[in-house]
Design a protein around this ligand. Structure first.
Ligand code: ADP
Ligand code: MG
Length: 249
């Protein structure tokens, strides 16, 4: 087991953004995390990546308790995450942006540059382009490149595909697959169900801070609780014997 999060909660005052969430991740998996806005997905990622201290519970990565470790210690241990809103250094080139991540394991400038170059190639970005000139898809890609440069064993992707055109989504799926093929384990938060169905074999559904369902994507999309909380009636299968539906609502 690569990661085990047990009974993780995060309170903001009296409000529980995450409530008793469990997650185990085996090496080599791609796991999907879905649920409505405000369900606690990003906060849960924050707890896993050391960006926030959970109120309860613990996070064990590769056999070590990292619950109270700093974000940098998490990165060093091999947990990398993207942010929903990517942080791009506007005045730096794509390559320099990626070097920021590469310095974690390559303290010498030339090594960091060589490593960053390989990552930029993998992500299909132009190394000399300025951060400022990137649009949303470029920034998302750069966010992924920056975290890949830290050489994570576990990559947490937080809506990295949101706001992309269908073509860009397909490119991003191909990128996630390439990254996975290099041996990186992935947990992905994503609203586009096709992406979840395509990429993952196991899904957790968050609602109001709780994990309300888990299983294969095919299993969870059929569960009433998931349909009520998240998917809406478009995904509800008609009961046996009912006439075909004209349109989903
Ligand atoms: P998701 O990523 O599933 O959309 P979030 O984890 O971002 O959900 O948010 C879960 C809930 O916690 C939301 O109601 C949000 O407003 C609240 N929340 C998140 N961060 C904070 C914070 N720093 N302080 C107070 N409330 C927060
Ligand atoms: Mg979020």
């Amino acid at each position: 087991m690569l990661l085990e999060a047990k009974n993780v909660s995060k309170a903001f005052g009296s409000f529980l953004a995450v409530s008793g969430a469990d997650l185990t991740v085996d090496e080599g998996e791609i796991i999907g995390l879905i649920g409505p806005n405000g369900a606690g997905k990003s906060t849960f990622f924050n707890c896993l990546a050391g960006d926030t201290l959970p109120t309860t519970g613990r996070v064990v990565f590769d056999g070590k308790d990292v619950t109270r470790a700093s974000p940098e210690a998490h990165a060093r241990a091999g947990i990398g995450r993207t942010f929903q809103v990517p942080a791009t250094f506007e005045d730096m080139t794509v390559l320099e942006n990626v070097m920021v991540g590469a310095f974690l394991r390559h303290p010498h400038r030339n090594d960091a540059r060589d490593h960053a170059r390989r990552i930029v190639e993998l992500t299909g970005l132009r190394p000399d382009q300025s951060g400022r000139s990137l649009g949303t898809p470029g920034r998302k890609r750069l966010g992924i490149a920056q975290v890949l440069a830290t050489e994570p064993r576990l990559l947490l992707l937080d809506e990295s595909l949101a706001g992309l055109t269908p073509t860009e989504v397909q490119e991003a799926i191909a990128l996630v697959r390439r990254v996975h093929q290099t041996g990186v384990t992935i947990v992905i938060v994503e609203h586009i169900m096709d992406v979840i169905m395509t990429l993952t074999k196991r899904v957790l559904v968050f609602n109001q801070g709780h994990v309300i369902a888990s299983g294969t994507p095919e299993q969870v999309v059929r569960q009433d609780a998931v349909i009520e909380a998240y998917l809406g009636r478009a995904h509800r299968r008609p009961p046996p014997g009912s006439p075909p539906q004209a349109g989903a609502s």
